[in-house]
Design a protein around this ligand. Structure first.
Ligand code: F0G
Length: 414
């Protein structure tokens, strides 16, 4: 399918669209803000950057091989290899061969600005059906924003526990505005989650973290949507940021179920990316004091660790880390070249694909489809967005001053 012809999946909400794939919830209990139906966007600039990264890798290390496992997989998968003469719809790149086709699944366009709304719609609907009056979650920001909104709509009181001074301004503002009771603990996300687990064991309150399987159920619909938008086929690779690891677990569940139901014939390799200062799965040990500019994925001991490892191993994929610089560069590429604004954590998927391309990981995979999941909107984190470009130029309020200021800044108008 040409890249320009990606259909938009209309959504009356994930339960209306994919209810047949979810344990039943009574219509009267359904809470929805018409989440889901987010666009799958062709990414020419990212595709081009991947080609450049691969070309650079090739010149630097002529004859070098990618990860042995990946190469072996290419040999055995029988996926088409490019002849070097085909032209990709994205146009020939610097290397003169068609590269990967990169698409962006822009989950930041969900009602509260992050992917969390899918799982939250379903989990809050189930909590409402079960008669819960209070719900709780720990969060690096997006879960709390989504929980607060869906609980507000459901008439359930929400309590959110966040790490103090460690969540982006927009997310905190959302939780506050939707009327959540916000508790900022002097500790990190992992400690906040431990408190929340304890709270739900002591009181009859609904848990809205992805430890609640209902969150994973609702979230898996994103994988269905990606396949539907690609015209009934799974991508070859799915790149995704990893924090608490619920999302990668849910996507993998969704892809596997769609294959079982005969909706697709293959499943993607799962490529998960943690921030380098918060990469417990990559390092194989919990990180006590995780650090990264991508506050959403500043997590040292993911609750769904096993799910992430299973997704990686069962799909023949990779979980790797990306540095804060790589994350910010990917964020800037998306904002300045694709016109797509995402918060730093989201850009880990694109940063990771570029890193693997530089290592020659995709060699031989010409024309393969990569979907990068962009988990949260850039407006969530205005401080981080300001770091992507230059600060405003201040000038007097007359034309000559503005022209002079632009000339001084090296921006001629003719
Ligand atoms: N991207 C964003 C924007 C996130 O908010 C999160 C997680 C992730 C990626 C990672 O997803 O945890 O399923 O592996 N945010 C959670 C929260 C932890 O509390 O909002 P994950």
């Amino acid at each position: 399918m040409p890249m320009s012809a990606v259909p938009h999946v209309s959504s009356g909400g994930i339960i209306a669209t994919y209810g047949a794939y979810l344990p039943r919830v009574g219509p009267a209990a359904v809470v929805t803000l018409r989440e889901g139906g987010t666009p799958l966007i062709e990414a020419r600039a990212v595709s081009e950057a991947v080609r450049e990264a691969e070309a650079a890798a090739q010149t630097e290390t002529t004859g070098a091989v990618g990860p042995a496992e990946a190469l072996e997989a290419v040999e055995s998968s029988g996926r088409p290899r490019g002849s070097g003469t085909l032209r990709s719809p994205a146009g020939a790149g610097t290397s003169g061969t068609p590269g990967l086709r990169v698409y962006l699944k822009y989950e930041g366009l969900n009602p509260t600005g992050s992917f969390k709304d899918r799982g939250m719609a379903y989990a809050v609907s189930r909590a409402r059906e079960a008669g819960y009056r209070v719900a709780v979650c720990a969060s690096t920001g997006n879960t709390s924003a989504s929980a607060a909104a869906y609980c507000a709509r459901a008439g359930i009181r929400s309590v959110v526990v966040i790490p103090e001074a460690a969540i982006a301004a927009g997310k905190l503002a959302q939780a506050v505005a939707h009327g959540a009771v916000v508790v900022a603990v002097r500790g990190n996300f992992d400690q906040a989650l431990a408190v929340v687990r304890d709270l739900v064991s002591r009181h009859r309150i609904a848990l809205l973290n992805s430890l609640n399987p209902d969150r994973i159920e609702g979230q898996k619909t994103a994988a269905f949507e990606v396949c539907d938008q690609l015209g009934g086929r799974a991508p070859d690779y799915l790149a995704i940021p990893v924090g608490n690891a619920g999302n990668i677990t849910a996507y993998w569940k969704g892809f596997c179920e769609y294959r079982e139901r005969g909706k697709v014939t293959s499943v993607p390799r799962m490529l998960g990316f943690q921030a380098a200062g918060a990469a417990p799965i990559v390092e194989g040990r919990p990180i006590e004091r995780p650090q990264t500019i991508a506050t959403a994925i500043r997590i040292g001991n993911p609750a769904s660790w096993k799910g992430a490892v299973a997704a990686r191993d069962e799909s023949g994929g990779v979980i790797d880390s990306v540095t804060d610089d790589e994350i910010l560069n990917a964020c800037r590429l998306l904002a300045a070249r694709e016109g797509v604004l995402v918060e730093p954590a989201s850009a880990a998927s694109v940063a990771g694909v570029l890193k693997l391309a530089r290592q020659g990981y995709f060699r031989g995979q010409r024309g393969a489809t990569v979907v990068c999941v962009l988990t949260g909107h850039g407006l969530k984190d205005p401080d981080a967005m300001m770091r992507l470009g230059s600060s405003p130029i201040v000038a007097e309020a007359d034309t000559a001053s503005v022209e002079a200021a632009l000339a001084a800044a090296g921006t001629p108008l003719d």
